[in-house]
Design a protein around this ligand. Structure first.
Ligand SMILES: Nc1ncnc2c1ncn2[C@@H]1O[C@H](COP(=O)(O)OP(=O)(O)O)[C@@H](O)[C@H]1O
Ligand SMILES: [Mg+2]
Length: 139
């Protein structure tokens, strides 16, 4: 596990863009962290790094949103409202995981046993100051 100390949103952007460069089709990124830790914000910056032109916002009410204007598709999940893993399966999550794009899953701890074991996991915590975040990453 790698621990990354982020001081402000600018550093989140830098990390997101760097992460985007590492990603390849079929990768799944699990984001775990409380409300406001910056899961959606990080996803926006990964999208920027992928060359996505659309505005990325939270897919809370739709569970998944697709963005196809970048160098590969991005499937952005927010599973906050999912009741159980069966519901996640019912939306066809599996097909996204083994597809030709990258999946980023907010609140991934809710569906962790349905995610591929071969994934990138980023646990995000607040730091001491308002804009600080601590990333615990497993690649
Ligand atoms: N270092 C940082 N990284 C990400 N977001 C930050 C950071 N510092 C402050 N913020 C702010 O925190 C909020 C994070 O919100 P959001 O990305 O919606 O969180 P989540 O999706 O985890 O609920 C945003 O308003 C963002 O501007
Ligand atoms: Mg969010």
């Amino acid at each position: 596990m790698e621990v990354i100390n982020i001081s402000n949103e600018k550093e989140t952007r830098k990390y997101g863009i760097k992460l985007a460069k590492m990603l390849k089709p079929g990768d799944v990124v699990a984001l775990i962290g409380d409300l406001g830790t910056g899961k959606t914000t990080l996803t926006k910056y990964v999208a920027e790094g992928l060359g996505i032109k659309e505005n990325v916002n939270s897919p809370t009410f739709t569970i998944v949103k697709e963005y196809r204007s970048g160098r590969m598709p991005l499937f952005h999940f927010d599973v906050y409202r999912i009741e159980n893993e069966e519901e996640f399966f019912d939306i066809g999550a599996d097909e996204y995981f083994y597809g030709n794009g990258v999946c980023i899953v907010e609140w991934a701890d809710k569906v962790i046993s349905s995610l591929p074991e071969n994934r990138i996991t980023i646990e995000i915590e607040h730091g001491k100051n308002e804009d600080e975040r601590i990333y615990k990453c497993t690649y």
